[in-house]
Design a protein around this ligand. Structure first.
Ligand SMILES: [Zn+2]
Length: 147
């Protein structure tokens, strides 16, 4: 952060806390709730899979750090890692579509990937997520994490 010169320490503390509040407010605005997430999944299913994937529940989870998303086809439930929050929409959409596709086709065979070919940004989203994983392994590079 750039801090204007000649601030007292108390002023500086206050300024930092104001900036952090602003950042937190921006962050929370970008986060979809579980309801919006379900609506988004429905729209994506309609657009790319003729509405054939019908999840019973779609929600964020915080206990999933090694996978971006998961689904239980027998329950029709889809869970997305909270680590996706704040990432570009096309990345979140890709993970949603990926899990929706698993409601139709288990595993990652050719039939599965053929379904995802309908989404034009599959490769780009996969590249983005691979970049995030790579950046996570380099924790000492400032500014790289999550972008
Ligand atoms: Zn998968």
């Amino acid at each position: 952060m750039l801090i204007p010169a000649r601030m007292s320490e108390a002023e500086e503390q206050r300024w930092v806390s104001v900036m952090l509040d602003k950042l937190a407010a921006q962050e929370s605005k970008r986060v979809l709730g579980d309801t919006e997430l379900s609506e988004r999944a429905q729209r994506l299913s309609a657009q790319y899979f003729d509405g054939r994937a019908r999840p019973a529940s779609v929600r964020w989870v915080t206990n999933q750090n090694t996978r971006w998303g998961s689904c239980t086809p027998s329950e029709g439930s889809i869970r997305l890692s909270h680590r996706l929050q704040g990432m570009p929409e096309y990345v979140v959409d890709y993970v949603l579509l990926h899990e929706l596709a698993h409601l139709l086709v288990p595993g990652h065979g050719p039939r599965f990937w053929r379904l995802l070919e309908a989404y034009p940004r599959t490769e780009r989203a996969k590249g983005y997520l691979e970049g995030v994983v790579a950046a996570d392994r380099l924790p000492h590079l400032p500014g790289v994490r999550g972008e």
